[in-house]
Design a protein around this ligand. Sequence first.
Ligand SMILES: Cc1cc2nc3c(=O)[nH]c(=O)nc-3n(C[C@H](O)[C@H](O)[C@H](O)COP(=O)(O)O)c2cc1C
Length: 238
Amino acid sequence: MTDLVEIVAGRRSWSKVTSDAPTHAELLPLVQAAGRVADHSSLRPWRLIELRGDARLELARALGKAEGSSKPSSKPLKAPLILAIVANVKKSKVQPWEQEATASGVAHMMSLLLHDAGWGVFWRTSHYTRAKSVRKMHKLEKNEELLGWLYVGGLPANARPGRRKLIDPEQFLQPLHPHALAGVTASSDADSEDEFHPVPVAPAGEKSKKTKKDKKSKKDKKSKEATSSKNSNEAVAL
Ligand SMILES: Cc1cc2nc3c(=O)[nH]c(=O)nc-3n(C[C@H](O)[C@H](O)[C@H](O)COP(=O)(O)O)c2cc1C
């Protein structure tokens, strides 16, 4: 197993973190690496917003307002650094869901990279992630949506790396058995009946003359094909 497989399998979220946080300069190479996610048409349909100090209080107030409470939400004070994940959906032939998948990929990458750099990370959302007050506070453009926040901080001194239980991969990786397509797929066997035989084309201007015999044989072939197709449908229905 490569180191990368070990690192990814060992990732975990940390709900409690200390007041230490990576600096803006420390974040830059991680953001650059995360920007290598698969991205249809290289649209870069994402951005991150860094919230520290009082900026977190603004988020706390916006969430409190969205919840209909006069008090700010206590959530944003759980970590010294919050990275808002923004999907910035471009006008393109690439569907919005594909662009959101890229933005989501960046968040997962950042979460892994921060974990690898020794920081504690927790991806949080709220019922009010897409509330008006929350949008306004982040100064989102019309084409933008929040995908939640990565809460980032230092690992507590007594933190044990405690690995999460790994999934059973057999349950999540299943081959598609092609039995339902029997007879439809083309064979690569050179002797196969499916082999391509070009139909001779009459020279331009020369009308092909069909004899009575030709027409009859075509009719017989059609009726044979209809019977065989009916039978094969019955076989599939069984
Ligand atoms: C988009 C997204 C939003 C999430 N929002 C929350 C949340 O608001 N509250 C929460 O307890 N967990 C949330 N989670 C799950 C946690 O980030 C975390 O994955 C979960 O607690 C499991 O811990 P683990 O990552 O160590 O397995 C969210 C995950 C994702 C991907």
